[in-house]
Design a protein around this ligand. Structure first.
Ligand code: MF3
Ligand code: CO
Length: 248
């Protein structure tokens, strides 16, 4: 069941999203060679506390940290750790902010120092795939229009789209209906309506889309060891089109 939100509720989620976006802007300044994702996670905890919001991921189904920190071949749900980031790495920081019970979710991939042209192109294409998906998020379109726009663009650049993880509805819970796959056929799936709030969060791999899972029960990597990137926004469907609630 898809839970539609009122304009007032969307405004609540937008306030959470603005704090989340501000946190990402601070993270961008801090990511550099030698810094650890554990330090970034500590910073996020502090930043959210100072802004009177809470990290929804911490404790969610037993997840132990405020952020997911996914480096290089890690697709998503990586644990922050004490290994220093190295020049040339890419790292995705994903988090969900809870402000007075209303949530916002956004992930961003960051370059560590100077990265290869290949990695840089992956980041650019993944971000652009997200934005093309968002363009489709308007009343009258269907979920499949978002999925298809992302898949066609990603594959036209030679990348694969991860199938095992999708975007989702979000509101007072992190994961609501509908699922938002990042691959699929146009004009299929649920019809988009004013008041829906969704995440779109494509994960693109340089190699193929198959996933391998670490023993920690969370970390998901590319099966072939290739690089993976992800960008995610939370957005509302309004009569005028998509309203990005986590815009940087
Ligand atoms: N933020 C993630 C998403 O985009 C969910 C992370 S799983 C968690 O759906 F358990 F770490 F929260
Ligand atoms: Co997320």
């Amino acid at each position: 069941m898809i839970i539609l939100k009122t304009m007032e509720e969307i405004e609540q989620m937008h306030e959470a999203g603005k704090i989340l976006a501000a946190c990402h802007r601070e993270i961008a300044k801090r990511i550099k060679p030698g810094v650890t994702t554990w330090e970034i996670d500590q910073f996020v905890e502090e930043f959210l506390r100072d802004h009177h919001v809470t990290p929804e991921q911490k404790g969610y189904m037993g997840y132990p940290y405020a952020t997911c920190a996914s480096t290089n071949d890690v697709i998503c749900h990586g644990f922050p750790n004490k290994e220093p980031l190295r020049e040339g790495d890419i790292v995705t920081i994903d988090m969900v902010v809870n402000r007075n019970g209303w949530l916002a979710d956004s992930a961003w991939s960051y370059p560590v120092g100077k990265i290869s042209a290949e990695a840089s192109r992956l980041l650019q294409v993944t971000k652009q795939a997200l934005m093309l998906g968002i363009e489709q998020a308007k009343p009258g379109n269907r979920i499949g229009d978002i999925s298809h726009a992302i898949q066609v663009f990603a594959e036209s650049h030679g990348y694969s789209v991860v199938r095992d993880f999708t975007g989702h509805g979000i509101g007072q819970s992190m994961h609501e209906d509908p699922h938002v796959p990042h691959y699929g056929k146009p004009n299929k799936g649920a019809r988009l309506k004013e008041g829906m709030v969704l995440t779109i969060e494509p994960m693109l791999n340089i190699g193929d889309y198959h996933v391998s899972h670490d023993d920690d029960g969370w970390t998901a990597r590319t099966a072939d060891g290739s690089l993976s990137a992800q960008y995610e926004h939370t957005l509302a469907i309004t009569k005028d089109g998509p309203l990005i609630l986590t815009a940087q």
